[in-house]
Ligand binder design. Structure first.
Ligand code: AMP
Length: 221
């Protein structure tokens, strides 16, 4: 099953993709994670994309398309995958379509004020990678990790002005993909601000309804 997760930054795609990847035993491919990994390793590619990411801008299509093609060519993707954060532009979606068949696109949505709080309130432990949120899941001890006591950090692109830029870019560049995939008849909407288990069950139900037939639950309107 080849799945795309669509939706604004901060809507929870990464969390849901990680859980579903375990449940379906297919890889979770996050374009943002791949790029952050390159930055952390200090590669040439990492140095090239850092400026774009820190400002909340999109990395050029040709760069990210090449990276994703290489990733999707790997053996672990043969039985399916969950794409999180790719495609983000119509050009990326068109390239992806040429390269592989997508079975279903889950389009997550949630109120914008909630999304802004989720992103601008997020704090990450650089050591053990635990994730907190000053509004929804604050650390017990002022900006220190509950688990390993390291000083928590905010992602450069989670600063409020950058968050607004990312959302602006989402509206302009990525939102048109909703219509793109709706026209393809493979889009299914899921409200993201619900209990995690509930969201996962809804996604699984929609995936099982799948594209193959009369019992399809996919919302094509
Ligand atoms: P994410 O973790 O998905 O929010 O991605 C973080 C950042 O990585 C984005 O703000 C972009 O700068 C870059 N990025 C991730 N995926 C893509 C993509 N498909 N196209 C262009 N830039 C991307």
């Amino acid at each position: 099953m080849n799945i795309v997760f669509l939706g604004p930054p901060g809507v929870g795609k990464g969390t849901y993709a990680a859980m579903l990847s375990v449940k379906l035993n297919i890889p979770h491919i996050s374009s943002g994670d791949i790029l952050r990994d390159e930055i952390n390793k200090g590669t040439e590619l990492g140095n090239k994309v850092r400026q774009y990411m820190n400002k909340g801008h999109l990395v050029p299509d040709e760069v990210i398309i090449e990276i994703l093609k290489k990733r999707l060519d790997k053996n672990d993707c043969k039985k399916g995958f969950i794409l999180d954060g790719f495609p983000r532009t119509v050009r990326q979606a068109e390239e992806l379509k040429r390269f592989v068949d997508i079975d279903i696109v889950i389009n997550f949505f949630a109120p914008e004020d909630l999304i802004i709080k989720r992103l601008s309130g997020r704090l990450i432990c650089p050591k053990c990678k635990a994730v907190y949120n000053i509004y929804f899941r604050p650390p017990k001890n002022n900006r220190k990790c509950d688990i390993c006591k390291s000083k928590l950090l905010q992602r450069e692109d989670d600063k409020e002005n950058v968050v607004r830029k990312r959302l602006e870019i989402y509206e302009r560049e990525t939102k048109p993909l909703i219509d793109f995939y709706r026209r393809n008849g493979i889009l299914s909407d899921v409200y993201a601000d619900q209990d995690i288990e509930h969201v996962i069950n809804e996604i699984v139900r929609k995936i099982k309804g799948d594209v193959h037939g009369k019992n399809s639950r996919i919302n094509k309107t």
